[in-house]
Design a protein. Structure first.
Length: 80
């Protein structure tokens, strides 16, 4: 769900000291998908449907997870 500013964080993945966030934001031409690494924009793309945006976000996420990136919400702490 988008916040009052029209922005929704879809997911955040981390690896070592790096993080990647995927964010959706309202745009005059539709919905913008933002791919940010360490809070620096790498890629932005505007979609006219939510389904198309989510499909691309899923592809980006799957590619990162296949290379060992992890969801910060699912990360587990090892107890000794």
């Amino acid at each position: 769900m988008m916040n009052p500013a029209g922005i929704a964080e879809l997911w955040t993945l981390t690896q070592a000291n790096d993080s990647v966030r995927c964010v959706a934001a309202l745009h005059p031409m539709g919905i913008e998908l933002r791919y940010l690494m360490n809070e620096h924009p790498l890629i932005t793309r505007v979609f006219d449907t939510w389904d198309a945006l989510m499909g691309q976000a899923g592809q980006w996420r799957a590619g990162l997870e296949s290379r060992g990136w992890q969801d910060v919400r699912r990360r587990r702490v090892k107890v000794a």
